[in-house]
Design a protein around this ligand. Sequence first.
Ligand SMILES: [Zn+2]
Ligand SMILES: [Zn+2]
Length: 241
Amino acid sequence: MMARNFRAVVTHRLAELYSKLLPIPCFLCGDFSPDDVLCSACADELPWLDTCCQQCAIPLNETGICGQCLQQPPPQQSTVALFRYEAPVNHCIAAFKFHQQLAFTQLFARLLADKIHQRHQPLPEILIPVPLHPSRLRERGYNQSAQLAAALSRRLGVATDKHGLIRQRNTSPQSGLSGKQRKRNLKQAFAVAKALPYKHVALVDDVYTTGHTVAEASRCLQQNGIETVEVWTIARAIRHY
Ligand SMILES: [Zn+2]
Ligand SMILES: [Zn+2]
């Protein structure tokens, strides 16, 4: 027991020493950033989303529901996003997505968990990451939304269900498709692998672009007995009409 404790202390001290000897540079400015992948100055300057539509997270001047959602409500009951999807957040998300930047997963999960807590609303029963098709998953090696959901799960104490929702069709990448094509591309893209015993879930995705993907996934969940679907995402693309 003593020996094991001693080893743990030594390992911890060595890790501390290592991080002092080899300081982590901030991903954006390269300055010394002792605790995080971004220094606090760069983090402050990110395009934070403040007041926005509760249902789709489009920026608004006051809290409420946007005109678009009043006219044509999306299937999800609410959307939480941290940032506008623009520079330099897009670079951070690209790093998070393609280079296995675990540090970004931790940062985004911490910030999202803080935002979720600040709402003082009941937490969902389960977190469901937007799934990748198995062939895409093999290609990439991991699902970034599942990693984000796992990190959020640890912070919020809400379990994750990685296998309940599946991607049954390997859709073409959404980028490069028109709005209509995107919608068609996603028809019946999702299915449930088993009966889902939940009433209130949060769907976790990295970026909310047109919203078609999360809408299609939300619809699938609602057709399978889930009453409340929240969408939690790192960044929301804002298109100017
Ligand atoms: Zn910086
Ligand atoms: Zn809206």
